[in-house]
Design a protein around this ligand. Structure first.
Ligand code: GLU
Length: 301
């Protein structure tokens, strides 16, 4: 085949909201950035609903309606993690076959206590169940509480390249792959989904930057390509705290109730990024990742 475009189809970017409530302006701004990064590089743009937990009835419909109202479009049907349980279980099975999975019986409390020991790396699972003997394991099984499945990590940290943060080295621990109730863990699901959906560019809030080394490491174990990352600054309130529902008129519907049209809200978001225009397509002309603000965006409602 000589056609380069056909041989190398463009990848995709994405926005992956959790349907736990309405999107606020910070979420819409992140979605807009993900759209701009994708479209300015000829990528497809996909929406995936991360609905393995924290699902609130009606939230997905409102989130999608708000994205569409400010002019964000996407390709193909919206994907749902809840439709993909087989793919996650297959990935855990693949890791287990390589002896990279163990059962963990720890309670949240036990983990907190062990993790506050003087030499434990911040936030890392201390490995309590990693080397249980067969006898200990069958004893724990007999107690009746179903175990979580953890990764037997072979490294303590991993490096990713981020468009805004550069080379970022972060902690990798024996992360949960599947919870005790059988629900696949976020880190696993996101890696499997991004690869299966052909997503090669992940743009999201920089609160998730510390998760990216774990995810890239997991991708390497599953022999999946790691995406390009761009972790963008979050929106904060007047006190510098992460924007939340209680911070006033922070959703599109709140803004509309104040008389601001979706196009006006988009203009406001664009201006916060140093861009001008009232449709996402108009913003593409002046979009330059190198000139994006690196500070959190203060939204004082
Ligand atoms: N669903 C996650 C969230 O809303 C984001 C997942 C991701 O972008 O990797 O926090």
């Amino acid at each position: 085949m000589t056609n380069a475009a056909a041989a190398n189809p463009p990848g995709a970017g994405r926005f992956a909201p959790s349907p736990s409530g309405e999107l606020h302006l910070g979420n819409l701004r992140t979605a807009l950035l993900a759209w701009l990064f994708a479209r300015s590089t000829g990528r497809r743009f996909l929406i995936r609903v991360d609905d393995l937990d924290r699902v609130r009835r009606g939230a997905e419909e409102r989130q999608l309606a708000d994205l569409a109202a400010i002019g964000i479009d996407w390709d193909g049907p919206v994907a749902h993690q809840s439709d993909r349980l087989d793919a996650y279980h297959a990935a855990v099975a693949r890791l287990a076959a390589a002896d990279l999975v163990y059962e963990c019986y720890c309670t949240r409390r036990e983990i907190q206590q062990a993790a506050s020991a003087p030499h434990a790396p911040q936030g890392a699972y201390p490995g309590t169940c990693r080397n249980l003997t067969d006898t200990q394991r069958s004893q724990r099984r007999g107690e009746g509480r179903p175990p979580a499945m953890r990764l037997r990590a072979q490294v303590r940290d991993f490096v990713v390249d981020d468009r805004l943060h550069g080379r970022y080295r972060g902690l990798v621990d024996d992360m949960v792959l599947q919870r005790g109730d059988g629900t696949p863990a976020y880190n696993l699901a996101v890696v499997v989904d991004d690869a299966d959906q052909g997503i090669d560019q992940v743009v999201r809030g920089d609160d998730l930057l510390p998760s990216s080394p774990r995810q890239a490491y997991l991708a390497s174990l599953l022999e999946l390509p790691a995406p390009e990352y761009a972790h963008v600054p979050l929106a904060v309130n007047a006190e510098g705290k992460r924007l939340a529902k209680r911070d006033g008129a922070v959703t599109l519907s709140d803004q509309q109730a104040l008389g601001h049209s979706p196009a006006a809200v988009l203009e406001h978001l664009a201006a916060s990024l140093g861009l001008h225009g009232s449709t996402p397509a108009q913003l593409l002309e002046s979009f330059d990742p190198a000139r994006l603000p690196r500070e959190p965006w203060t939204f004082a409602a």
